[in-house]
Write a protein that binds this ligand. Structure first.
Ligand code: PLP
Length: 385
């Protein structure tokens, strides 16, 4: 059977070059990067080289990168430690309704502990409108956190403009750029962001490693307590092989960014056009142009996303749905509800996120298999049609 992976927004396979770069740090060069002896210095050097590569991918200085155990940790550290270390600047946080739960639940946690929280709505494309941010800012707004690109619908937010508005009001700007870094050009100076989160496993690196960019002069803190690793901001023995893999992945992403982006955009165009042409009562969600290359999210009326996934899986096609059932309860995605879809429509969502190794032939196979699947599910559907 074919095996077609179109769930790259969930995670990506580790690139063979990345894997090869990591191996020596499990075998020969096993030192603790904090040790003073030869093995320790070798590990520390590898960590610093990786820091340079990750910094180069986002236009930062190496000293502004803190390695974490992933995107979730970077989001938590940025938001929680900025707020508790800058109380004199205010206790109001602004975020958006379509954030990843790593941001949304973190902000809600702070709201439960006495901070004020505003959750901005988005328009039907999933964009935070500049005026809505402008009117939500208060004299006590300390932090605005808006994601760079959405993991479900692929919409790219107008970060540069939003960060400018936040700064005019004296607030600091954080962006969860986990989906953007490695897929589209990301430059912290051009965007004007103060804090930025990224993750290794979304760009062909290993799972369990990520980073937080902290602009020089921005005061955050550690939210775990232990040794003095990562300039006293992230205790715990550094995951040297993971960091080396993340560094290699960042280096490759930087080299491949433009050719890969064009390839993904071609695949996504063919897939989107093909689906919308062949299947009636279907809509593309997210912004039609300002979206991640390779990300296709569609909603089919009268069907359940989970049933589509199971059918596709039986043909060897791996995708995901906005109604992902994590807890046993089938909750429609908060992102799809925030862009104004009804519960019924949101339940019929399908996300196909492509990666560098997907081909036109694979897209054509999906276009061959998907229309009859939807047709059959609609015939059986109690939702009508
Ligand atoms: C995957 C993802 C995260 C979480 O990153 P991890 O490294 O898996 O913890 C956070 N934000 C967005 C937008 C993501 O897509």
């Amino acid at each position: 059977m074919k095996s077609i992976y179109m769930d790259h927004s969930a995670t990506t396979p580790v690139d063979p070059e990345v894997f090869n770069a990591m191996i020596p740090y499990y075998t020969d060069a096993y030192g603790n990067a904090s040790s003073v002896h030869f093995q320790g210095r070798k590990a520390a050097r590898a960590v610093e080289e990786s820091r340079e590569k990750v910094a180069a991918l986002i236009g930062a200085r190496p000293s502004e990168i803190i390695f974490t155990c992933g995107g979730t940790e970077a989001d938590n550290q940025a938001i929680i430690t900025y707020m508790i270390n800058n109380r004199s600047k205010g206790n109001h946080i602004i975020t958006s309704a379509i954030e990843h739960h790593a941001v949304l639940h973190t902000c809600e946690f702070l709201a439960k502990h006495g901070f004020e929280l505003t959750i901005l709505p988005v328009n039907s494309y999933g964009e935070v409108e500049p005026d809505s941010l402008r009117s939500a800012l208060r004299p006590n707004t300390a932090l605005v956190s808006i994601m760079h690109a959405n993991n479900e619908i692929g919409t790219i937010e107008p970060i540069q403009e939003l960060a400018g508005i936040a700064h005019e009001a004296g607030a600091v700007f954080h962006t969860d750029a986990v989906q953007a870094v490695g897929k589209i050009p990301v430059n912290v100076d051009e965007l004007g962001v103060d804090l930025l989160s990224a993750s290794g496993h979304k760009l062909y690196g290993p799972k369990g490693v990520g980073c937080l960019y902290v602009k020089k002069g921005i005061r955050i803190g550690s939210f775990m307590h232990g040794g003095g690793h990562e300039r006293n901001l992230r205790p715990g023995t550094v995951n040297v092989p993971g960091v080396v893999g993340f560094g290699k992945a960042a280096e490759l992403a930087r080299q491949r960014l433009s050719t890969e982006g064009a390839h993904l955009a071609n695949l996504a165009k063919r897939l989107t056009d093909g689906i919308l042409e062949a299947i009636p009562n279907t809509r593309l969600t997210g912004h039609p142009e300002r979206r991640l290359p390779g990300s296709v999210n569609v909603c089919f009326d009268y069907v359940e996303g989970e049933s589509i996934l199971l059918m596709l899986d039986s043909y060897g096609i791996m995708a995901s749905s906005g109604s992902a059932c994590t807890s046993g309860a089938l909750d429609p995605s908060h992102v799809l509800l925030a862009i104004g879809l009804s519960h019924e429509t949101a339940h019929g969502s399908l996300r196909l996120t492509m990666g560098k190794d997907n081909t036109m032939e694979e897209v054509d196979y999906v276009l061959q298999v998907l229309p009859p699947i939807i047709k059959n599910l609609r015939v059986m559907s109690p939702l009508g049609q």
